[in-house]
Design a protein around this ligand. Structure first.
Ligand SMILES: Nc1ncnc2c1ncn2[C@@H]1O[C@H](COP(=O)(O)OP(=O)(O)O)[C@@H](O)[C@H]1O
Ligand SMILES: [Mg+2]
Length: 428
């Protein structure tokens, strides 16, 4: 089994080379790399199965470890300084598969295990595209969702149907009912949650969290410090603000985004995610290695416990909604879907049951909700930079509260029409 070695300035390299060469057992040094760039380039040839790196190698971060994993290379770190539990935790969060001490005890087995687990998650370049769930397998060994956390993704097709209005309104409504909530703005085309809630300082919680994750330093405590608390009615809402400019989506690397979702699930009982409209991606292209903008959307959808699909009630909005439900089903056939038909108004002329029937032609939803066009109610909240809950009573707020009832499972769903609830499992 060919192994890459990158020791940086540490002194264990020669003993590792000697030991791995001597022991046999199939583990052999394929190349000694001078630095991280050399390591990544060597891994991209697809010839190596594992890498032995120094824990202090400059530039070693979660993104690099995930790039190595996608080349089929599992990483084992040598903790030269014997840094104890804190260093081990950080390395695990980076996605390092094994850690050995300066005496290199057990290094052969650690490398074999790392190779096996990397091989299971991603193949060598060109070896077939891993499905999205696999690409997004948590890179941190200790990563895991909070046992009770529910991930609700608010999605909808192009054309500004009201995704952010619903995401912010639902998060505020759920917080108002004394649940712990984190609202994550993960729209790769630019964040808008901050403007909706009057958070004007311009610092992006999402980018800060992604940076912390890349350094292996993101946990619930750190995420709590990066989130903003908004709301003044005694039930604060935690908000992780989004991209300050659309072009900064590149800074949210796939491995770090998954860590942000993991940390969110340990911080709050309810995680609401406002995502972009597009589901397009080259995740099915085995030769695609570049960054993919819509992974922020598709990765959240891949692990959502429920997807709130928002569509506009006008003819263009409804046809986009229909198409969107098909696309969502292609991406996540088992998704539990709740549909919100937004900005309904008498001048459009369709009955609720006609729209209900149209939706059921494409998906079996948990429920279909109708939210009225309430320009005054929406504007009052937007202009004040406050949530619908704080902005006072409006028909919009009451309608969003009814959607929150459904999300929380607090009232019988479906009004007169009881719809069978889908037994939806998560994608992974
Ligand atoms: N039910 C509604 N009634 C009136 N205006 C609405 C309603 N829902 C959304 N809007 C308005 O539509 C615009 C787009 O909404 P937004 O939530 O930002 O869309 P998206 O996130 O889908 O792009 C905003 O000006 C918002 O205030
Ligand atoms: Mg939006």
């Amino acid at each position: 089994m060919p192994v890459l070695v990158a020791a940086g300035s540490a002194t264990w390299e020669s003993s590792a080379v000697e030991r791995l060469g001597r022991r046999g057992g199939g583990v052999a040094v394929h190349k000694r790399c001078v630095d991280l760039t050399d390591l990544v380039a060597s891994a991209s040839t697809g010839l190596a199965r594992a890498a032995l790196v120094d824990a202090g190698l400059p530039g070693l971060d979660a993104d690099t470890v995930s790039v190595l994993a996608r080349s089929g290379v599992g990483v084992v770190a040598v903790d030269t300084a014997d840094g104890g539990a804190a260093v081990r935790d950080r390395l695990h969060r980076l996605g390092v598969r094994g850690i050995v001490g300066p005496d290199l005890g057990g290094v052969d087995d650690a490398l074999r295990d790392a190779a096996a687990s990397a091989g299971a998650g991603a193949g060598p370049p060109g070896g077939g595209g891993a499905p999205i769930e696999e690409v997004f397998e948590p890179s941190g060994v200790a990563a895991g969702r909070g046992a009770a956390a529910r991930l609700v993704v608010v999605w909808g097709p192009a054309g500004a149907p009201g995704r952010t209005t619903l995401a912010v309104g639902l998060a505020a409504e759920i917080a108002h009912r004394d649940r712990s909530v984190l609202l994550l703005d993960a729209d790769p085309y630019g964040g808008a949650v901050a403007q909706h809630l009057g958070v004007l300082d311009g610092a992006s919680g999402l980018l800060a969290a992604a940076r912390a994750a890349n350094a292996g330093e993101l946990d619930a405590t750190r995420l709590a410090a990066l989130a903003r608390c908004v709301g003044s009615d005694g039930s604060p809402l935690r908000v992780l603000t989004g991209l300050p400019r659309p072009d900064r989506w590149l800074e949210v690397r796939p491995a770090t985004y998954d860590d942000v979702l993991d940390a969110a699930a340990t911080l709050a009982d309810w995680v609401l995610v406002d995502v972009g409209f597009s589901l397009e991606g080259d995740q099915d292209d085995p030769f695609a290695t570049g960054p993919q903008r819509n992974l922020m959307t598709t990765a959240a959808l891949a692990r959502a416990d429920e997807v709130v699909v928002v569509g506009a009630a006008d003819p263009v909005g409804l046809s986009r909604l229909a198409r969107g439900l098909v696309d969502l089903h292609d991406l996540r056939p088992d998704a539990a879907v709740r549909v919100v038909v937004n900005r309904t108004r008498a001048s459009l002329g369709w009955s609720e049951s006609e729209i209900h029937g149209m939706v059921e032609g494409f998906v079996r939803p948990r429920d279909v909700h109708f939210v009225p066009d309430d320009r005054a109610g929406a504007d009052r909240a937007l202009m004040a930079g406050r949530s619908l809950v704080e902005a006072g009573d409006s028909t919009l707020r009451r309608a969003v509260a009814a959607v929150a009832d459904g999300v929380l499972g607090e009232r019988p769903e479906g009004g007169g029409r009881r719809l069978r609830r889908r037994t939806a499992g998560r994608a992974r």
